[in-house]
Design a protein around this ligand. Structure first.
Ligand code: AMP
Length: 448
């Protein structure tokens, strides 16, 4: 295949990002980093350790784990053939399958259960719209080797803490139990029977018709308005559940009650992947008008065996980073909180002009960094005026100004940017400057 990178006039074609795949721009990234730091801190405080798995996995991994008759596998995967060896590969649409693959391959569950998490890009070929992208990012959190409902309750409590730490309210929790395989098989029989009694309507809906025998559970997820009355009257899985599953769900609910976590039971909640069993949950926000699922997950006790490993109970969830950022930005502006630039605001911006001053400026900058003070040294030969404007724009508290006079006297002018006050400080005793810069932070914080 030849790919044209020049237009008819032999000029480079302007290349743009793939539709549904976005850039994170520098003006957005302070908030993004704050979010990621908050996530890391919360996850660490519950004992979760970071793992990373490849973005590309064998296509079979997803077919085997998510299920052949699912939206993701049927129509959303970015799959391709490796031109070197003909392997069927796929850009990961989610991270649980890869994490389980890794646990089996490296046997890292051999002597104890593990809490792990990862964060990164996922790919689904969906129709892009607000909150739905083709490359998006998830925080994927997995607790493997844990059997009891306490672990999924803990994951929900963890998420509630994350919402609280972000200052997000009005995110509601929906829960359901989808039983184990034999209970689901029983439900499946009852569903097929029920839908067969209503074939006229089923035959008007292509997806429903196709899924009636392959995956009737997914019919319950249909957004087709004509199907809703039929769906509402369908046999409920809860009526097929035996005592073990019911007990698991009861205990899970009790744990949420004890933690004062409000929830609604949504018997129609079925997740988009086939590997789930028993508990499933979703956190939903309506802050932007329509319902937006921010995070969803549940148990997947059968997945290890399904992928050829030893049986291990497990539970996890994925949080959609772009969606949480959307809601968070909305919430911050509703609370009149401007985007914090904080983490990118240097304490000092070093301005220098004149022969030989660059060397001194670089030297001072490194000494500040040695003392863990965050500074930016102006790069390039611009005028003092331009450099001071950059200093203001950076949000720094001080400009440290070095001209030829300062170089000669081995000193800097410290300018407090908020007030315009300035005075000279000798560099003969660097500690004096360091102390001055750090001790004034609090006072100056108030002025600013
Ligand atoms: P899932 O892996 O489908 O259970 O999704 C978990 C979370 O990932 C969802 O609740 C969303 O927040 C997010 N998510 C899923 N698909 C997309 C997408 N195409 N674009 C943006 N976020 C997504």
């Amino acid at each position: 295949m030849t790919i044209n990178t020049l237009n008819a006039a032999n000029k480079p074609i302007k290349i743009q990002a793939v539709k549904g795949m976005n850039d994170l721009l520098p003006d957005e990234s302070a908030l993004q980093e704050l979010f990621e730091d908050t996530v890391r801190t919360v996850l660490r405080s519950y004992g979760y350790r970071l793992i990373r798995t490849p973005i590309v996995e064998p296509t079979g991994l997803f077919i085997r784990s998510l299920g052949e008759i699912t939206d993701i596998v049927e129509k959303e995967m970015y799959s391709f053939t490796d031109s070197l060896n003909g392997d069927a590969l796929t850009l990961r649409p989610e991270a649980t399958a890869g994490t389980v693959r890794s646990a089996i391959e490296h046997n890292w569950l051999y002597n104890a259960p593990q809490r792990v998490w990862t964060m990164g890009a996922m790919f689904r070929h969906e129709r892009p719209q607000k909150g739905r992208y083709r490359q998006f990012h998830q925080v994927s959190v997995e607790a493997m080797g844990f059997e009891g409902p306490d672990i999924e309750a803990e994951q929900i409590i963890l998420l509630a803490r994350l919402w609280k730490n972000l200052g997000l309210s009005n995110i509601s929790l929906q829960i359901n139990t989808i039983g184990n395989l034999s209970e689901r098989t029983e439900h499946r029989h009852r569903l097929i029977q029920y839908f067969e009694e209503n074939l006229d309507l089923i035959n008007t809906d292509e997806d429903a018709k196709r899924r009636l025998y392959s995956n009737p559970l997914r019919l319950l997820d249909s957004k087709n308005p004509a199907m809703q009355t039929l769906i509402n009257g369908a046999p409920k899985l809860i009526d097929c559940l035996k005592s073990d599953s019911l007990m698991h769900f009861e205990q899970f609910k009790t744990l949420l009650d004890q933690a004062n976590i409000a929830y609604t039971i949504n018997h129609r909640l079925v997740r988009g992947m086939d590997y789930y069993n028993r508990t499933v949950f979703e956190w939903v926000s309506t802050a932007l008008g329509t319902e937006l699922t921010l995070a969803g997950g549940g148990r997947y006790d059968g997945l290890f065996e399904q992928l050829g490993g030893k049986s291990k109970p497990a539970c996890g969830f994925a949080l959609g980073i772009e969606r949480v950022m959307l809601i968070w930005k909305h919430s911050l502006s509703a609370r009149n909180i401007t985007h914090p630039k904080g983490i990118y605001m240097p304490l000092a911006y070093i301005v220098h002009a004149g022969i030989g001053t660059e060397k001194l400026a670089a030297n001072v900058a490194e000494q500040l960094r040695d003392a863990h003070l965050f500074c930016v040294k102006h790069a390039g030969a611009d005028s003092f005026k331009t450099q001071l404007k950059r200093a203001h724009d950076s949000g720094a508290m001080y400009a440290l100004i070095i001209g030829e006079t300062e170089l000669e006297k081995n000193q800097v002018i410290v300018k407090i940017l908020a007030t315009g006050q300035q005075h000279s400080v000798s560099l003969n005793d660097m500690n004096a400057l360091l102390l001055y810069l750090s001790s004034n932070q609090e006072v100056l914080g108030k002025i600013a």
